[in-house]
Design a protein around this ligand. Structure first.
Ligand code: SIN
Length: 307
């Protein structure tokens, strides 16, 4: 079933005193202005946090930040999370480079495929903060879809059916795709590609392939908002079900979640700072800027055991 805005969508901006918010799409997303992210006041931070939970993803333009500024901004939200893919840049182990060189002809890019960040971990990151330094002249956009809106738009009966289900999340299929499609390089997935053909995978990779099971319906720990916690990249099954039972449910829910009416799309500029709440939305990157360089940096904020 395909749904379109029906009057139940509510991405209006609240009235703030210390920042301005302008909605990006009917479903989710907002641009925040009136802020220097390197010099935030406590009052601005409180309103930014409110806007993040309300709009699921928010972004700022014109933020020329250093890695240290990026770290300080991120730490306002909480300690850094474990990053499943990289060890950071020299001197800043929690600032993770997402760089694709113009010469990299890989058929897959980091973040391709709808996903929530690292749900195969027992406590996946709550918030992700991504900063752009260099962007291609076209392409390289990011899209988000609201998992909260997708949940709200299911029928009451379907919501009851899935209420107690648990999804198994694993790195398995993404790792297989990386092995098939990614060239070796000094990038998060370029290094992962180097495990192709390995006789034995590291204990760390095996832990991420084994993954974690989490509730299919999550309740946001701050706002109490409920959201679907499924994605087509890492969600490989439903606890206690045979694959032929779980696959149609997962396929229906991920199709429902990622339908165009529930999305927003960001056209990046250099010096943007974008953040999203992984408990309330899924996102995906595009591999459509071959021959151009894209340089972004990412931090993630520690999350809780999904409930
Ligand atoms: C990600 O999945 O965090 C990457 C998003 C992007 O590079 O656009």
């Amino acid at each position: 079933m395909r749904l379109h805005p029906t009057g139940q969508f509510d991405n209006h901006a609240a009235h703030y005193r210390h920042i301005e918010a302008k909605p990006l799409a009917a479903a989710l997303g907002a641009e925040i202005s009136g802020v220097d992210a390197a010099r935030l006041t406590d009052a601005q931070f409180e309103e930014i946090r409110h806007a993040l939970f309300r709009h699921k993803m928010i972004y700022f333009r014109g933020q020329k930040l250093t890695h240290a500024d990026h770290e300080r901004f991120s730490l306002r939200f909480g300690p850094f999370a474990e990053d499943a893919y990289t060890q950071g840049v020299p001197g800043h182990r929690d600032v993770h480079p997402l760089i694709k060189e113009a010469s990299d002809a890989s058929k897959m890019v980091f973040g391709e495929g709808w996903h929530t960040d690292s749900p195969f971990l027992p406590e996946p990151p709550s918030i992700t903060i991504l900063r752009s330094v260099q962007v291609p002249p076209f392409g390289g956009d990011t899209m988000w879809a609201s998992s909260a809106l997708a949940y709200a738009m299911l029928s009451e009966t379907y919501r009851r059916l899935i209420q107690d289900l648990r999804v198994r999340f694993s790195l398995r299929d993404v790792l297989a795709a990386v092995h098939e499609s990614v060239e070796l390089s000094d990038s998060p997935i370029g290094r992962l590609a180097a495990t192709r053909g390995a006789e034995r995978l590291s204990a760390d990779l095996l832990r991420k392939i084994d993954g974690s099971a989490h509730p299919m319906v999550r309740t946001h720990p701050v706002t109490g908002e409920k959201a679907l916690y499924v994605d087509p990249s890492y969600g490989i099954g439903i606890e206690g079900m045979l694959p032929e039972e779980s696959q149609p449910i997962l396929r229906y829910l991920t199709d429902h979640l990622t339908q165009p009416a529930f999305t927003c799309r960001l056209r990046w500029e250099a010096d943007m700072l974008t953040l999203w709440d992984n408990r309330l939305c899924v996102h995906q990157a595009y591999n459509d800027y071959q021959g151009h360089r894209r340089e972004l940096y990412r931090t993630t904020v520690v999350g809780e055991k999904p409930a």
